[in-house]
Design a protein around this ligand. Sequence first.
Ligand SMILES: Nc1ncnc2c1ncn2[C@@H]1O[C@H](COP(=O)(O)OP(=O)(O)O)[C@@H](O)[C@H]1O
Ligand SMILES: [Mg+2]
Length: 237
Amino acid sequence: MGQEITLAQLRQWLVTYASRIKSQEALLTELDAAIGDADHGANMRRGTRKICERMADPEFRHDDVSSLLRAVAMTLISNVGGAAGPLYGAFFLRAAQVGQQASAITLDELATMFRAGLEGIQQRGKAQLGDKTMIDALQPAVEALEAAAKEGLSVAAALEAARSAAEMGMQNTVELQANRGRASYLGPRAIGHQDPGATSLYYLLESAAETLGESTGAPAAANRQAAETPAKVSRPT
Ligand SMILES: Nc1ncnc2c1ncn2[C@@H]1O[C@H](COP(=O)(O)OP(=O)(O)O)[C@@H](O)[C@H]1O
Ligand SMILES: [Mg+2]
């Protein structure tokens, strides 16, 4: 315990996610072509590219965790059409609401943010586990993250557990009939296809495991103190 996840790592997470989406865009399109309208790859590509563009802007000054996540949410909500944009937006917005106005967070805080994000998606989309949506990848990952945090695992081990849970959840969507989203119009014909949103959500966890687990050496508490100087207070957006 005590290991920190820094703002720089969270930014790297988003950049890594964007590059994963870019490399898997064709697969996401193909999955959505089978049970939706073939736009999930393009939707996610546009949203993640915009996030990277905004973060690269010298005017971008979201220098605490909560403010960064809120900016990500707003970028997704205003740039991504379809169901997924507002749903991912809800994830980041709710995570921002419980996120810290600090430049580093603990694993417990990350788990709290992911739980809030899950609740945000559910409040907006009303999907439950087993409805063949992104929830099927996210919920098991959140539960794994919470369990790992409780057991005092390292950030790296916790995120690997969450990644693995998300992967299983994503794979489980193949056998499911959809109860939410476009795929629900297909009834039993959706069975046999992996859900595109669960797949993009898996990449979010995969990217997190790649970027947030690396030890940065400093204990979170020390960094937190440094981050709570007045200069780091989040500014209104
Ligand atoms: N109500 C919902 N709750 C959670 N996820 C949903 C919901 N509706 C759709 N999704 C997710 O969104 C994905 C489709 O996203 P996308 O293709 O970008 O939007 P659209 O369905 O509007 O074309 C689905 O694969 C599913 O995972
Ligand atoms: Mg679609």
